[in-house]
Design a protein around this ligand. Structure first.
Ligand code: DUT
Ligand code: MG
Length: 242
């Protein structure tokens, strides 16, 4: 792939069109390949908005976002979508087979690669149990699989694309703590050279992150590792206690 996955925000401010106040103010951070950057903060803090700026669902109002040192606007939509896998907060499956859902963004993936992605996403078991397995049908919106299964299939889809940047928007909170832990342990190998950005609700999901950004009302109010933040950030302590 053409660009290494360093994602850099430089003084990014963003307001939704027509809104008075910005939703994100002066956001700066660097998410490096091989590292996990976690974003935590209360509902409405701007976490999803921040992630959505990376694949250019919206453009920053002020400031700049770069991937591999190249400003997003110079990268082109194709390059961006080939380099980034985003698992949205409300992951979506379309009508078709499990295989066709997984190959969205990874047309070339072999069945073996799809099974490997399913294994990492802790989805191998329930797919293996379905009649037709990879060829079993998913209904529009994925209504014939459970919410947790849908989330894991969307994680498998992200993995099958083998991008160099992963965005997980609250992708682990619907999983039980055990599956969450297993999945994140399994992710380490396939994402080891990628920049991984995880929005989390549960602190336990991100205690091992290389850096944690605490987002509050659109601002980064603290940053550091779990241990550092426990000592330095009241907001983080409150999140941990909640
Ligand atoms: N907002 C809009 N328009 C949108 C999406 C969001 O005005 O299309 C507002 C709602 C909120 C702020 O932006 O005041 C941040 O929303 P976001 O969805 O980014 O917050 P979050 O941190 O992802 O919240 P949650 O934890 O509930 O997912
Ligand atoms: Mg959100």
């Amino acid at each position: 792939l053409p660009t290494p996955g360093t994602v850099e925000f430089k003084n990014v401010t963003f307001g939704y069109p027509g809104a008075e106040a910005p939703v994100l103010s002066d956001i700066s951070f660097t998410a490096k390949p091989g590292q996990t950057t976690a974003i935590i903060g209360s509902t409405g803090a701007g976490k999803t908005t921040l992630l959505n700026l990376i694949p250019r669902l919206y453009d920053a109002t002020e400031g700049e976002i770069l991937i591999g040192g190249v400003p997003l606007k110079d990268l082109g939509r194709d390059t961006i979508s080939r380099n980034i896998s985003a698992v949205p907060q409300r992951p979506y499956l379309f009508s078709g087979t499990i295989a066709s859902n997984l190959r969205f963004g990874a047309q070339e993936a072999t069945e073996e690669e799809l099974w490997e992605a399913l294994r990492v996403a802790q989805a191998e078991g329930f797919v293996a149990e379905r009649e037709g397995q990879l060829d079993s049908k998913i209904s529009q919106g994925g209504t014939n699989v459970s919410g947790g299964q849908r989330q894991r299939l969307c994680i498998a889809r992200a993995l099958a694309a083998k991008p160099n940047t992963y965005l997980f928007d609250d992708s682990f909170s619907a999983l039980d703590v055990n599956t969450d832990a297993k999945l994140r342990a399994a992710l380490a190998e396939p994402t080891k050279d990628a920049a991984v950005i995880i929005v989390a609700q549960r602190v336990s999901t991100i205690t091992g992150a290389d850096q944690i950004l605490v987002l509050d009302h659109g601002e980064i109010v603290a940053r550091g590792t779990h241990e550092q933040l426990l000592e330095t950030s009241e907001t983080y302590q409150e999140i941990v206690a909640s």
